[in-house]
Design a protein around this ligand. Structure first.
Ligand SMILES: C=C(CC[C@@H](C)[C@H]1CC[C@H]2C3=CC[C@H]4[C@H](C)[C@@H](O)CC[C@]4(C)[C@H]3CC[C@]12C)C(C)C
Ligand SMILES: C[S@@+](CC[C@H](N)C(=O)[O-])C[C@H]1O[C@@H](n2cnc3c(N)ncnc32)[C@H](O)[C@@H]1O
Length: 367
């Protein structure tokens, strides 16, 4: 073979390999986000690394230190920064629903995710004609599944402006923008009138609140009497031992890598719900058997993480992705390890379900 033919052949094969690696292998679980489109939310390219460092020094501290420094009020701003940093990576590597679900033998992750979301809709009896609020809606994966499944009108709220834009784009593309609205705002002070919703749900979102009672009180305020609220909470279980260094390391790792001001214990949740005036209808850890383990999806992704690491490193070197993406990706990789340790040891669950009702004649909530 002539030298020039060999060089052309090598160049074409190289181009095909790069195309396959970046465009095909690097495609999102749910098409729409590719590695070459990784932005960092509303953060400008040159600020990504600094924002990551600020985020990390804030959330690396234990919850006692965040509270002692009276930094609680800054939590929503740092949570917003966190979602600027991770939203594209989540969409690219996980899909449009930013939560876990029990695995179901023989069914895809996508099916398991949808069923977990539809369960929330069924629990609050969402149906056509009802207006339901999605508290901490992300880019709207659950909102679209719930609107499509139940026929209800869903209004989502998220602190992150970039997610609002992503969610609206997805809603339009899914043809659900007449039934799904998205608002940018703080769920600790929701921009909704009292008693303006017939149902509410939150999926793995209220764990970002420094005080759970603040968000539950807001949900209580915007619900009509008799309306139902379901939440999937991130909590430590009764197996967690604060005097076991391995347990503490796992829980601290989950908190730091997921922008959490401090995980609550499972037994505290119902107490908070009652304190703001709710009746607790049902409470259950949806991760317990016969549910399939939610963390296997994280464990199975090892090869994908390695491929993703190579991709983000290459894209950063080529200046396609901004500096700092590799650090954010590494942080998520570490977080995935802590999350699966938490799941496997049983000291943590991301799906402690609590179903509450606002009483018809609401007694004044205790403060
Ligand atoms: C509810 C929350 C988010 C839960 C999950 C959706 C995310 C928690 C950890 C995330 C991930 C970890 C590893 C990433 C991997 C290194 C990368 O290559 C591709 C994306 C990941 C799989 C990413 C996806 C989303 C998570 C599973 C919290 C924030 C309250
Ligand atoms: C892990 S994501 C879950 C998103 C969505 N529920 C889902 O399952 O796809 C958590 C969501 O809570 C939102 N959030 C966190 N703190 C918030 C706050 N103070 N006000 C409004 N939204 C908040 C984040 O912006 C993000 O959209």
């Amino acid at each position: 073979m002539e030298v020039s033919t060999a060089m052309w052949t090598a160049a074409i094969v190289g181009a095909v390999v790069v195309y396959w690696f970046v465009w095909v292998m690097g495609a999102a679980e749910v098409k729409g986000k590719r590695a070459v489109n990784l932005k960092m939310g509303s953060i400008t390219r040159d600020k990504v690394q600094d924002k990551y460092k600020q985020y990390w020094s804030f959330f690396r501290r234990p919850k006692e230190d965040i509270a002692a420094a009276a930094d609680d009020d800054n939590v929503p701003a740092f949570v917003d920064t966190f979602y600027n940093l991770v939203t594209d990576i989540y969409e690219w590597g996980w899909g449009q629903s930013f939560h876990f679900s029990p695995s179901i033998p023989g069914r895809s992750h996508r099916d398991a995710t949808r069923l977990h979301e539809e369960r929330a809709a069924d629990l609050i009896a969402a149906r056509p004609g009802l207006r339901v609020v999605d508290v901490g809606c992300g880019v709207g994966g659950p909102m679209r599944a719930i609107a499509a499944h139940s026929g209800a009108h869903v209004v989502g709220i998220t602190i992150n402006e970039y997610q609002v834009a992503r969610a609206r784009t997805h809603n339009r593309k899914a043809g659900l923008d007449d039934r799904c609205e998205v608002i940018c705002g703080n769920f600790l002070e929701m921009p909704f009138a009292d008693a303006s919703f017939e149902g509410a749900y939150s999926i793995e979102a209220t764990c970002h609140a420094p005080r759970l009672e603040d968000v539950y009180r807001e949900v209580f305020r915007v619900l009509k009497p008799g309306a139902l609220y379901v939440s999937y909470e991130w909590v430590t279980t009764a197996l967690y031992r604060a005097d076991d260094p391995a347990h503490v390391q796992t829980i601290r790792g989950i908190e730091a890598g997921d922008a959490l001001p401090g995980l609550r214990a499972q037994h505290e949740i119902a107490e908070v719900a009652r304190q703001v005036g709710f009746e607790v209808v049902e409470e259950r850890d949806l991760a317990l058997p016969p549910a399939g383990p939610w963390w296997t999806r994280l464990k199975m992704g090892r090869i994908a993480y390695w491929r993703n690491h190579l991709l983000v490193s290459a894209l950063t070197a080529l200046r396609v992705a901004p500096k700092g993406v590799v650090e954010v990706h590494e942080m998520l990789y570490e977080t995935a390890r802590h999350l699966s340790d938490g799941g496997e040891s049983g000291i943590f669950t991301p799906m402690h379900m609590i179903l509450c009702r606002k009483p018809l004649a609401a007694p004044p909530p205790s403060s």
